[in-house]
Design a binder for this molecule. Structure first.
Ligand code: PEP
Ligand code: MN
Length: 365
């Protein structure tokens, strides 16, 4: 489905946002001192947009849930003193009113909020009549339609300067990432909504400061439009997300080493060779995982054959497999000869595995 969004370029008064857009600042505003000191260092490096969470949706109760409205005057000071634009996360109508009252320049909707259409609608209704730019994070679950749905709700409230933030997706399985990037999802978002800037959040994707540089580079190689990176004057003492925040100096190194290849939004084809290669890599990984699962099942069959004293090669079953795969190849618009060649190799390896199992079992006797 095509999504007709009524969008304008993402910009702030007097600041055209060019690739790579950079938003940096602490996960949370903690104290006036921490906010201002971090902001001064970031501003000195040329960061133009400052982020800080004022209301923090935490997974478990009892964790630090943000300083609330109390922190908004600190951000106002950041703006007055450094000239940076300020941005905060909003999750309720009250947050929107408070943020706009204090002159916040850009808002973002967090991952937990995007997952809830009622909450997004409440925020969208509160935004009506304003022209503040809004960034919409992906929902915690890998649901592209839900992400686009939230963007549409904000757009229908009259907000035209919208960007998406890709912060990865939660999984029950432990992976090297805090939130699995599933790059194919923002890539597909770009295909469906080509003029929507997509900003990568390497902090929440990686969950650890050592990985931010690599994830940032990957985002640039995939031609995304910018980065939102958590930076804290003293990460180890941060009240939230301590392990993933980087010092302003570390951020400066990351940005200094970043290789930014492509050009600005809109004036080049948005699908790059790197993106296509990434898709191939993901599919190859799936192919390998599927092959590995298939081999494990072959081994289980080998064990069954041994226990029941059946020969490994069952000619009738082999013919059946090959005929079926030939038919399926045609249905999938693949060359049947190619598919048969592939399955001959797969079958051969499968037989080898079963042989090994049989020999192992024999050796046990
Ligand atoms: C954040 O940006 O600090 C935050 C809470 O992120 P997310 O909504 O991506 O979890
Ligand atoms: Mn955070």
């Amino acid at each position: 489905m095509d999504h007709k969004l009524d969008l304008l370029p993402l910009e702030l008064p007097g600041l055209k946002l060019e690739r790579p857009i950079l938003i940096a600042g602490p996960c949370s505003a903690e104290t006036e001192e921490q906010v201002l000191e971090t902001a001064r260092l970031l501003s000195a490096q040329g960061v133009k947009i400052f982020r800080a969470g004022i209301w923090k949706p935490r997974t478990r109760p009892g964790a630090f849930e943000g300083v609330g409205t109390l922190g908004l005057p600190w951000l106002k000071k950041v703006k007055e003193e450094t000239g940076m634009f300020i941005s905060v996360e909003v999750a309720t109508a009250h947050h929107v009113y408070e943020a706009l009252k204090f002159g916040v320049d850009m808002l973002w909707i967090g991952a937990r909020t995007t997952a809830n259409p009622f909450a997004v609608q409440e925020v969208a209704d509160a935004l009506a009549g304003s022209d503040v730019p809004v960034l919409v994070k992906n929902p915690v679950n890998p649901d592209l339609d839900l992400w686009i749905g939230a963007i549409e709700r904000v757009n229908r409230a009259g907000i035209k300067r919208i960007g998406a933030i890709h912060r990865g997706f939660s999984t029950y399985d432990k992976t090297e990432f805090r939130n699995n990037p599933e790059w194919q999802i923002p890539i597909e978002l770009r295909r469906r909504v080509p003029n929507l800037p997509i900003i990568t959040d390497p902090s929440h994707i990686s969950g650890k400061s050592e990985m931010i540089a690599d994830v940032s580079q990957e985002a640039m190689d995939l031609n995304f439009d910018g980065l939102i990176i958590e930076s804290h004057i003293c990460p180890e003492k941060a009240w939230s997300d301590a392990s993933q925040q980087v010092t302003p100096d570390h951020l400066s190194d990351i940005m200094g080493n970043l290789v930014v290849r492509q050009s600005a939004i809109g004036d080049r084809p948005r699908v790059t060779l790197d993106e296509l290669r990434k898709k191939i890599d993901l599919l190859d990984k799936q192919l390998l995982e599927t092959l590995s699962s298939r081999m494990k099942i072959s081994e289980a069959i080998g064990k069954y054959k041994f226990d029941n004293n059946i020969t490994i090669l069952q000619t009738r079953r082999y013919d059946e497999i090959m005929n079926k795969r030939k038919e399926q190849a045609e249905e999938s618009k693949l060359n049947p000869e190619f598919v048969i060649r592939v399955f001959e190799h797969v079958h051969e390896e499968s037989i080898n595995r079963q042989n090994k199992i049989m020999n192992k079992e024999l050796a046990k006797d």
